[in-house]
Design a protein around this ligand. Structure first.
Ligand code: NAI
Length: 385
């Protein structure tokens, strides 16, 4: 997508770090990284021409977002590129856990034939309780209903129930009513430790718990204990409180060896389709910024979704520190020259303002210089055909 839009792309395999990254980014207008390349003040200082950073992944922790914003460099990511992948895995795990398939499989690997229907249930007719009805939770809701599950959900925000799903008023009610409880909330002060021993005790005997969201949500000691006592009948966990930085042996969890447990190493969103969706999503956001100035989807600067530029007009993009009076001074400066602004867009946060002006081509250079002379200016750039 970037090449097709005329961007000269230099692709480097592997995650660049430290000096390597500083050298690579010199002279670049756009930097694309994945989760392991750290972009700090040193990297940003080495790349004054940098217009935007694209994190071709879900998170943006690897970038010093404040410093990037202070340079007028928007950072883009793809928070929802893997939604469907997580929803699919979750549904598959629910089927496997209700049938006890992993235990049967492990036994057979060990040469033990144990054909039994005991405790094995269809998903049809079971009640699925979804905690967090956002992108993943609502997708799961649709998929689960198509298999005949009854869906109830609890969300702290008002969410439109899809299909026949029913919104409940509390987590407690959801825990009591569900055969399967699946967590799809972010990690926050409210959600950390939201499923501990008391909540597990509140769940139905024989219920199943799925945590494909964040490792800190569930007390794993309590969950393992409940599985061994036979209160919980199964668990799927894709996320853990302390996840290793790199692949290899040595991982330990209280759930290891617990009955009817599916443990996966944070691969819920890891599919080729998700990788492609992330690539497309971030490339599109970068192009919209590079070509049109849009900051829609940026995580560190005010978001402005811009319409197409008026034919022939020049568009001037101006990032400045948000202190009182700047906008007034800018307008006075332009008014004193009798310059007509044909379109103006503005968005601010506590530290930064992003102003976009469209002017006639004849005025563009004067306006650019005027704006650049404002002391609070961080970056000014002109777009034209
Ligand atoms: P989202 O932001 O679209 O939805 C989260 C929902 O949780 C929102 O509707 C929000 O109102 C609700 N919520 C927040 N606090 C709550 C609380 N205390 N009680 C009830 N509801 C609450 O997020 P999305 O994309 O659906 O992701 C959900 C989770 O899945 C996140 O924790 C995310 O990190 C995780 N995830 C895991 C992946 C994996 O590989 N296993 C991949 C992608 C996301």
């Amino acid at each position: 997508m970037l090449r097709a839009a005329g961007v000269e792309v230099e692709a480097r395999p592997g995650a660049l770090e430290g000096r390597e990254l500083v050298e690579a980014v010199r002279g670049a207008s756009i930097l694309g990284i994945r989760s392991r390349s750290r972009v700090d003040a040193e990297v940003l200082a080495a790349a004054p021409e940098l217009l935007a950073i694209g994190c071709f992944c879900i998170g943006t922790n690897q970038v010093d977002l404040g410093v990037a914003a202070a340079h007028g460099v928007p950072v883009f990511n793809s928070p929802f590129g893997n939604t469907r992948s997580v929803a699919e895995l979750t549904l598959a795990e629910i089927v496997m856990l209700l049938r006890g398939v992993f235990d049967r499989s492990t036994e057979l690997h060990r040469g033990i034939w144990r054909k039994t229907a005991e405790g094995a249930r269809e998903v049809r007719g079971r009640t699925l309780g979804i905690v967090g009805y956002g992108h993943i939770g609502s997708q799961l809701s649709v998929l689960a209903e198509s298999l005949g599950m009854h869906v109830v959900f609890f969300d702290i925000d008002h969410r439109l129930p899809l299909g026949n799903a029913v919104a409940l008023g509390s987590l407690e009610e959801l825990l009591e009513r569900s055969d399967v409880v699946s967590l799809h909330v972010p990690e926050t002060d409210l959600t950390r430790g939201m499923i501990g021993a008391p909540e597990i005790a509140r769940m139905r005997r024989g219920a199943i718990l799925v945590n494909n969201a964040r490792g800190s949500l569930v007390d794993l000691d309590a969950a393992a204990d409940s599985l061994r006592r036979g209160h919980l009948r199964g668990i799927a966990a894709d996320v853990f409180p302390n996840e290793p930085e790199s692949n290899g042996p040595g991982f330990a969890t209280p759930l290891a060896g617990a009955p009817n447990s599916i443990l996966t190493p944070h691969v819920g969103g890891s599919t080729e389709e998700a990788q492609e969706a992330i690539g497309r999503d971030v490339a599109e956001k970068l192009l919209r910024h590079a070509i049109g100035g849009s900051t829609r989807g940026a995580v560190n600067v005010p978001e402005v979704d811009l319409p197409r530029r008026r034919e022939g007009a020049h568009r001037i993009l101006h990032f400045h520190r948000n202190v009182p009076g700047v906008l007034g001074r800018m307008h006075t400066l332009l008014a004193s020259r009798g310059i007509n602004i044909t379109a103006e867009y503005l968005q601010s946060d506590a530290h930064l303002s992003y102003v976009i002006l469209e002017v006639d081509p004849a005025d563009a250079e004067v306006v650019r210089r005027d704006l650049a002379s404002v002391p609070e200016t961080i970056r000014v750039r002109t777009l034209w055909d």
